[in-house]
Write a protein that binds this ligand. Structure first.
Ligand code: SAH
Ligand code: SF4
Length: 347
């Protein structure tokens, strides 16, 4: 019923005023919050703490949104991959990466993405639509419900979409994730392809969230080719914005660098990378390209990856080689959704 209010789309303050208009006492607000965000209720009828008549009354005017699980896969390295359907039938992905005592969830911020990076499957789709804040948060709630009593401890905005291109909803979601779900900002990382004006605005609206920048090239010539956003916000502008980014002591910007065979993986590139990142408190994640069907790009040989890393290390930089997790289940950005789409098209 589209005219019902989705309680998950309300802020705490809005929920309080809604309760007032319904003549509900204040403790009901706390109960609603508890059932939605801690007990992961996906329907008013699940709130058994409420009498049947109260549930029926409420269900006439309000609802609790939820995602629908389309598929779930677990890879050999224990990475869990979820494909969710939204209310309009669009699908998004989230990836659960368990690691010692951390459980990181990689979440989507858009259906598709408009940035059209040449190496990224999500980019091939183009932008379908922005996610609402509650659809972003619902990914965490759903997975929390599945792994309960454990909980997601860390969040990375590295699933489908460019989070800064959906700025307001992402900021609203960050507020819910920190204030209502209680996940500390230190444990949240937002990854961007480099929307410079929004990067500068982010610390004002959501201070102290970790920033990751998908750099992927060391010259404008190459970056223009593989990341069209670079034509609008070229490297110098992007790196200046990184230098201006307010960081708490001991905190670093993460630069992601997808290594593409013969495109951005030479020793010259590595040396240039050390030069252009000078004076930015940062670490570099080197991600050997995760190939997908139909792409002409290739992942470099392991020796090339290690030689690239060595140049960074020799310049006293922190540089880790990060494999995309869950390779056997296509856990890289947009890959499961891409496969489901292929299936649909072939059906
Ligand atoms: N739009 C944001 C966040 C989502 S993409 C951004 O671009 O930062 C998350 C990361 O996945 C980016 O660093 C991107 O460079 C990387 N990525 C995309 N496709 C990939 C692939 N096929 N193999 C390896 N990494 C990929
Ligand atoms: Fe969009 Fe990020 Fe993929 Fe580029 S890498 S197309 S910005 S999701």
């Amino acid at each position: 019923m589209p005219d019902r209010i989705n309680l998950k789309s309300l802020t705490r303050e809005e929920l309080s005023s809604f309760a007032k208009t319904q003549g509900l006492p204040k403790f009901r607000v706390d109960q609603l919050l508890h059932w939605m965000y801690e007990k992961y209720a996906r329907d008013i009828q699940e709130i058994t703490e409420f009498s049947k008549s109260l549930r029926e009354d409420l269900a006439r005017t309000v609802c609790i949104s939820s995602l629908e699980l389309v598929s779930r896969q677990t890879s050999k390295d224990n990475t869990g991959k979820f494909l969710f359907a939204l209310e309009d039938g669009q699908t998004i992905e989230s990836v659960l990466i368990p690691d010692d005592d951390r459980r990181t969830l990689c979440i989507s911020s858009q259906v598709g993405c408009a940035m059209a990076c040449s190496f990224c499957l999500t980019g091939e789709t183009g932008l379908v639509r922005n996610l609402k804040a509650h659809e972003i948060v619902d990914q965490i709630l759903f997975v929390n419900g599945l792994i309960s009593p454990k909980r997601i401890s860390n969040i990375v905005f590295m699933g489908m979409g460019e989070p800064l291109a959906n700025f307001d909803e992402v900021v609203e979601a960050l507020k819910k994730i920190t204030e209502t779900l209680g996940i500390s900002k230190r444990r949240i990382t937002l990854s961007t392809s480099g929307l410079v004006p929004k990067m500068l605005e982010l610390p004002k609206k959501a201070p102290d969230v970790n920033l990751a920048v998908s750099l992927n090239a060391t010259t404008d010539e190459v970056r223009d080719r593989i990341m069209p956003i670079n034509k609008k916000y070229p490297l110098k502008m992007l790196l200046d914005a990184c230098r201006m980014y307010p960081l708490q002591p001991q905190r670093l910007i993460t630069f992601e660098y997808v290594l593409l065979d013969g495109v951005n993986d030479t020793l010259e590139d590595a040396k240039r990378l050390t030069r252009i990142l000078k004076n930015i408190p940062c670490k570099v994640n080197l991600i050997p390209y995760n190939p997908h069907e139909g792409s002409r790009l290739k992942r470099p040989k392991q020796a090339t990856v290690l030689a690239f890393q060595q140049v960074l290390k020799a310049a006293h930089m922190t540089a880790l080689v990060r494999e995309s997790k869950g390779q056997d289940i296509l856990a890289a950005c947009g890959q499961l959704r891409g496969r489901e789409k292929n299936r649909e098209n072939n059906a």
